[in-house]
Design a protein around this ligand. Structure first.
Ligand SMILES: Nc1ncnc2c1ncn2[C@@H]1O[C@H](COP(=O)(O)OP(=O)(O)OP(=O)(O)O)[C@@H](O)[C@H]1O
Ligand SMILES: [Mg+2]
Length: 365
């Protein structure tokens, strides 16, 4: 997938303009607060989702303007295509190849990006919930039924938790708990299998990217850490049994606390570099490289699934990376169209083959 041109009108601080990126690396360079991330955000919107900065669409309309309009020409499915997003009076209207569409989902089918922004570092720095969200979002892209499986699990979990609270007063309800446990373990085992599968797929690719970025010095690894002793090689049936037995073991404790302590809602993903926990021991640059490797691996998996490479958007990745790592990103990730923002003059000079856009006060040159 290649962005051929991007036009914007009244979008954030960007001056109305059309830019023509190159097919490989595009460096967007400039001082702070000039509009570099705004440009990436404009491209990202063509994936049909929400802003990667969790902004609302009406905040993207240029100050004192009434609408914003973005147009993109891109090469995909072996032909030139175009899309247009118009946001006016709290409504988004979308046209793809000049045909009006009633849902953003059509954009998702047509155009895909993988984005890295500094907020993604929370994937390593923060608690397990963010990592579970990352893997669930990725599996959702691969398997249509997964989102409804997750919500079914959450529903059963809520009901089980409510029952646990009642049981401390009405022990006769224990029999009912067993029924909820069966359903929870059945849905939970399916979730576990899908997550194990995804980790297995992304792990090898992330390892490979990380070896590249660290010039063979660092072995990145990741493992799924379930709260029961399910293993990668187990069948769904075995996983269900193991989940069930862990749940039985923690039953009294669960009743005491009125909460379910085992299951996919409590699992985590362990990310290590040279066998040391990234969260506890990795340097800033190593953490950044690890998340980047994960993101590039996500892009590689997406290419396999869609038969087409997504566009890669890298916001502010170059800071904290040494010259060798910057060189890898700017000059070795050549199979993809990449957009990368940076502030330092030195980073832009590392680019051997690509295009440089200078952004000043919303003006792109
Ligand atoms: N709706 C809007 N209308 C006009 N200007 C806006 C709007 N939303 C944001 N801005 C302005 O856009 C400017 C540039 O934002 P952007 O995040 O793109 O900067 P940047 O070049 O990425 O900077 P940094 O290097 O600090 O990340 C900000 O100063 C902000 O005030
Ligand atoms: Mg920025």
């Amino acid at each position: 997938m290649i962005v051929k041109s991007l036009s914007f009108e009244n979008f954030r601080n960007l001056k109305n303009n059309t830019v023509y990126p190159c097919e490989n690396v595009n460096v967007i360079y400039g001082e702070n607060a000039q509009g570099k991330t705004n440009l990436l955000e404009a491209i990202w919107l063509f994936c049909g989702g929400h802003s990667f900065r969790s902004s609302k669409e009406n905040e993207m309309i240029g100050f004192e303007k009434e609408f914003f309009k973005l147009k993109m020409e891109f090469f995909s499915e072996e032909r030139e295509q175009n899309a247009r997003i118009l946001y006016y009076q709290n409504k988004k209207s979308i046209k793809i190849n000049e045909v009006e569409k009633n849902s953003s989902a059509y954009l998702t089918e047509k155009f895909s990006c993988v984005v890295f922004s500094p907020e993604h570092l929370t994937l390593i720095k923060r608690g397990p919930q963010i990592r579970r969200r990352f893997i669930d979002a990725a599996v959702c892209q691969q398997k249509i039924r997964y989102a409804s499986l997750l919500s079914k699990y959450q529903q059963i979990l809520n009901q089980r938790n409510a029952l646990l609270k009642d049981i401390s007063r009405h022990r006769e309800l224990l029999d009912v708990l067993s029924i909820w446990d069966d359903s929870l373990c059945a849905a939970g085992a399916e979730i576990l299998r899908k997550r194990f599968d995804y980790i297995q797929q992304i792990r090898e690719k992330a390892k490979e990217f990380h070896l590249g970025i660290s010039f063979e010095k660092e072995a990145l690894d990741m493992a799924y850490l379930p709260t029961c002793d399910a293993k990668e090689e187990d069948s769904t049936e075995q996983t269900r049994e193991k989940l069930r037995s862990a749940m039985e073991k923690s039953r009294e404790e669960d009743i005491r606390f009125g909460n379910t302590s085992v299951g996919p809602h409590r699992d985590d993903i362990d990310i290590t570099i040279n066998d040391l926990s990234c969260r506890r021991f990795a340097s800033q640059g190593q953490q950044r490289s690890a998340v980047l490797s994960l993101k590039l691996a996500e892009a590689a998996l997406l290419s396999e699934r869609r038969g087409e490479r997504p566009v890669i958007l890298l916001d502010d990745v170059l800071s904290e990376l040494d010259a060798k790592r910057q060189d890898f990103l700017l000059n070795k990730v050549c199979d993809y169209q990449v957009f990368v923002t940076c502030c330092e003059e030195s980073s832009k000079e590392q680019l051997k083959n690509g295009k440089i856009f200078y952004v000043e006060n919303g003006e792109i040159q």
